[in-house]
Design a protein around this ligand. Structure first.
Ligand code: ZN
Ligand code: MN
Length: 487
């Protein structure tokens, strides 16, 4: 059997988070009563004219700048003609030959890969090339019932960005990483909520398989409207196997569109694919072309620090490991939370706060499926706890107990420490008296310490801790023992 090469390209539709729709003033909102957010324009009534939403153009250009695309000086809008009940004017306003963004790429962040694939990344540091990003209007939402279909026009005309990749993705894992990296960047830029489960990001997958040694790509099979990242990964795996089986049996792959059934875990044929010219694109006579220079200048300063830039800065400024920096920068809100905490206690090393966030906080957050916005502990409260441990006032084990209680109740560390009686004795006079008592009772151990035995040293600290019922400040005790033994 020959070996096969897999080639994948993705088309992602992302809803922009503008307040109004793409070509009218209707609110771009979700969850309202069906067909309440409509007007003659977004219902597609004859004679209604479109007016461009500048905010949508700005967000698309911002996306292009974040992804390193070039922005053509003039862009225009075209009619993509097709008949479908969710598009009653029988064309979708989209962009054909002069889209808002060309080229660019999506960097595949390590943590964006599926968890079980992060240890075996085939192409570390890969950037998936983009073809283009264009702006268009969404269509209405059809809901199929047993004997009829209902249509909700609240979604019709909302701004939709279509991000088209080159056939530059080599595996199901890379497709997964592409989507989660892209999602991270769209959220960083504040242009889209980019939540596939909520339908604000939808994905079509183009897959082709060819025998090793053949340069020309195999026939393209398109999987439509996948609505979760795991569906993308599983459907690619299934479809690759299916196509390889076909080829091994000597069958030909036909260019076609297939539907993924997430419950059955398989694809079924929908139709053989139309070519682009079937859509009879032509320039929309109701909309003028747009010069981008002025908008570009306005948007350029809005480009945020991107996840990989933040990761590099965290590594540098807080002396955290590359892995920890990636975890902290993987979510914009988490990164901001971490930085607020470090700013609250500037004398505490950022690394110490990072450890608590990654090892303790994220663990409990994941257990409760909480996002950082719902975190019961404020950044300042965690920083305060870490500062208390660092000063030696409470031990690490005590701090863990305090932390668990803070997470449960949202109360401040100081209150819980007092209640639990964790406040350590840092009164030097009291500690010196205890140390002297134990030294006097154990002359043999004193000799061992003087001989440089660290174990004996720890033994003394342990004895004082016991005598103080765990309340002595261990750092201070060790210092006093050292001083007394030497003196
Ligand atoms: Zn409208
Ligand atoms: Mn589209």
């Amino acid at each position: 059997m020959p070996k096969y090469i897999l080639t994948i390209g993705l088309e992602v539709h992302a809803q922009l988070n503008t307040r109004s729709k793409m070509f009218c003033a209707c609110p771009a909102e979700y969850g309202e009563e069906p067909n309440t957010l409509t007007c003659p324009t977004c219902l597609g009534l004859p004679g209604a004219l479109p007016v461009l939403n500048e905010g949508a153009i700005e967000r698309t250009i911002l996306t292009g700048l974040m992804l390193g695309c070039s922005i053509p000086p003039v862009v225009k809008w075209d009619r993509k003609n097709y008949f479908y009940p969710d598009m009653p004017k029988n064309y979708q306003i989209s962009q054909f030959d002069l889209p808002l963004c060309l080229g660019g790429g999506v960097p595949l962040y390590e943590l964006a890969y599926p968890k079980d694939a992060q240890k075996s990344i085939a192409n570390p540091g890969k950037v998936v090339k983009l073809t283009r990003i264009h702006l268009e209007e969404d269509v209405a939402k059809s809901t199929h019932h047993e004997k009829f279909t209902t249509i909700d026009f609240n979604r019709a005309g909302t701004p939709l960005m279509e991000i088209v990749s080159e056939p530059d993705i080599d595996s199901a894992e890379e497709a997964f990483a592409y989507l989660s990296s892209l999602r991270q960047i769209l959220i960083y830029g504040g242009v889209s909520d980019a939540d596939m489960e909520k339908g604000n990001m939808r994905c079509d997958v183009n897959i082709s398989v060819r025998p090793e040694g053949q340069t020309e790509l195999g026939a393209k099979v398109e999987l439509k409207n996948l609505n979760s990242m795991s569906a993308v990964r599983r459907s690619i795996k299934y479809e690759t196997e299916r196509q390889i089986d076909c080829l091994n049996r000597g069958e030909k792959i036909i260019q076609s569109t297939r539907r993924w059934d997430d419950d059955l875990g398989e694809t079924t044929l929908m139709r053989t694919k139309e070519d682009a010219h079937d859509y009879r694109y032509f320039p929309d006579p109701d909309l003028l072309p747009v010069r981008t220079a002025e908008i570009l200048e306005r948007v350029r300063p809005q480009v945020p620090e991107l996840p990989h830039e933040k990761r590099d800065r965290f590594e540098r400024d807080y002396a955290v490991s590359a892995y920890d920096a990636s975890v902290l920068s993987s979510d914009k809100a988490l990164a901001a939370w971490f930085e607020t905490a470090t700013a609250a206690q500037p004398t505490v090393p950022g690394k110490k706060i990072a450890n608590w966030v990654i090892n303790d906080l994220l663990g409990l957050m994941n257990e409760g499926s909480l996002s950082i916005a719902d975190c019961p502990i404020t950044p300042a409260a965690l920083a305060d706890l870490v500062a208390t441990v660092e000063s030696g006032k409470i031990s690490n084990n005590q701090a863990k107990e305090v932390f668990a209680e803070m997470f449960k109740s949202g109360r401040p560390a100081a209150e819980i420490i007092k209640e639990k009686g964790f406040e350590q004795v840092s009164d030097t006079g009291a500690l010196e008296a205890m140390v002297e008592e134990i030294l006097a009772a154990n002359p043999d151990k004193v000799a061992e310490v003087q001989a440089g035995n660290d174990k004996a040293m720890n033994w003394f600290t342990g004895q004082v801790m016991k005598l103080s019922k765990g309340k002595a400040n261990p750092k201070l005790v060790t210092e006093i023992v050292k001083a007394k033994v030497a003196g």
